[in-house]
Design a protein around this ligand. Structure first.
Ligand SMILES: *Cc1c(COP(=O)(O)O)cnc(C)c1O
Length: 410
């Protein structure tokens, strides 16, 4: 090396003791950069070329021996942009390796199908993402994979649901819409005693607020569409865990085919650079808004793990660094009054999803559960007066003033 060359350009590596923002900006990134580009080049190519037949043969031989590195012959088997973002995601979540998918649901379905064969069973918790539940109780049952549903937070029921055929426990933490926080240490204790794998959908927590792998969870999953991307401009899914488990899932991804597009992967990485900045702001803002809502007489109940009134406040304080940007609240009124409140707010936009920079508001009874009757909704805990607020990064006092004004019209 030249005596006056900048050593850090070749030698800088993020290390595990670095903070989340340093990891979010630099984690897993190569130095020096490819083609001197500061940002990640988007390799928008569906296939990759060989110079001649000898070059092709050398690649095929190397791949047979696992020595081909990240080069591939076709876009479904890998893309340098996607591979770079996978390394970034793994670094930010603190895992050995990551696999990206075209959506969060692609991550859920590909992963679960990879881990369970017909005749096996899984346990899920009741507060789980609706489409995950639908996949487990519908698709998987049809394939001969049994599914038990237990109440989130009830570890005794979870243990009782495990049979010799059980191969996997799938849960979320925090859950949607009541933001139940699971005792991951207790869960890992049970799973390891019965030698059952664990998969946590950590979309609501983000790696900023909780890293389930640190508690011994086997696999962590994200809908990158939410906080990781953070700008409501992409769909993506991510799975993070050991090199061996993620490699198994990747083999199945090559067959099932729900790969992410390189451009979406680029946007995901760009969004993740500001993940800790955004999430810390969302944590602080949501806490202040939740405290405000709890004192307002037009609000019957607020569900936010940062409030002492939340059933899992103690667990959340033990396991989480922050409580996230999503608040659920019950309006003191019926379906119509709740809609009137939503129509009266002006900053939040009416939209499904969460985790982005814009504050979003929705009435689950009319958004995700519209086709169900009021009774069917109640049976799965979705009340007519429930509102889900996804706090963005606007100024907290503006959001509180807007909510206060809208509540005063009721
Ligand atoms: C949105 C979401 C999913 C599905 O992700 P998509 O990217 O929409 O496919 C899965 N799990 C949770 C907790 C989610 O919020």
């Amino acid at each position: 090396m030249e005596p006056n060359s900048k050593a850090s350009d070749l030698e800088f590596r993020t290390t595990l003791d670095m903070g989340p923002s340093t990891m979010a900006v630099h984690g897993g990134e190569p130095r020096p950069r490819a083609d001197h580009s500061l940002t990640l080049p988007i390799l928008q190519s569906s296939t990759f070329t060989f110079e001649n037949t000898a070059d092709l043969r050398a690649f095929m031989e190397a791949r047979m021996w696992g020595l081909a590195g990240t080069r591939t012959e076709y876009g479904r088997y890998g893309n340098p942009t996607v591979t770079a973002v996978e390394e970034h995601v793994a670094a930010v979540e603190g895992g050995e390796a990551a696999v990206l998918f075209s959506s969060g649901m692609a991550a859920v379905t590909t992963t679960i199908l990879s881990l369970l064969a017909p005749g096996r069973r899984l346990v899920i918790t009741d507060d789980i993402y609706r489409r995950t539940r639908q996949f487990c109780l519908g698709f998987l049952q049809r394939l001969g994979i049994g599914c038990s549903v237990v109440a989130a937070g009830d570890l005794e029921a979870l243990e009782a649901a495990i049979t010799p055929a059980t191969g996997l426990i799938v849960s979320e933490s925090p859950t949607n819409p009541y933001l139940r926080v699971l005792d991951l240490e207790g869960l890992v204790d049970i799973a390891s005693r019965y030698k059952v794998k664990t998969l946590i959908d950590s979309t609501f927590a983000t790696p900023v607020n909780m890293q389930p792998l640190a508690f011994g969870i086997d696999l962590v999953l994200h809908s990158g569409t939410k906080y990781l991307g953070g700008h409501n401009d992409l769909l993506a899914g991510a799975l993070i865990g050991s090199a061996s488990l993620t490699a198994l899932v990747r083999q199945n991804l090559w067959v099932l085919g729900a790969v992410i597009d390189p451009h979406s992967a680029y946007l995901l990485q760009r969004g993740m650079k500001t993940l800790p900045l955004r999430v810390r702001q969302q944590n602080a803002s949501a806490q202040a808004i939740a405290e405000f809502l709890e004192t307002n007489p037009r609000v019957r109940r607020v569900w936010y793990p940062g409030l002492p009134s939340h059933p899992d406040h103690a667990v959340a304080r033990r396991l989480m660094k922050g409580f996230g940007g999503v608040i659920s609240l019950e309006i003191d009124g019926d379906l119509g009054a709740t809609s009137a409140f939503i129509d009266a707010v002006s900053i939040p936009l009416i939209a499904s999803s969460f985790g982005g920079v814009e504050t979003l508001i929705e009435q689950p009874a009319l958004m995700s559960y519209y086709e169900l009757s009021s009774e069917e909704r109640l049976a799965i805990g979705i009340k007519d007066n429930l509102v889900r607020l996804s706090v963005g990064v606007e100024d907290t006092q503006d959001l509180i003033a807007d909510l206060e004004r809208a509540l005063s019209t009721l």
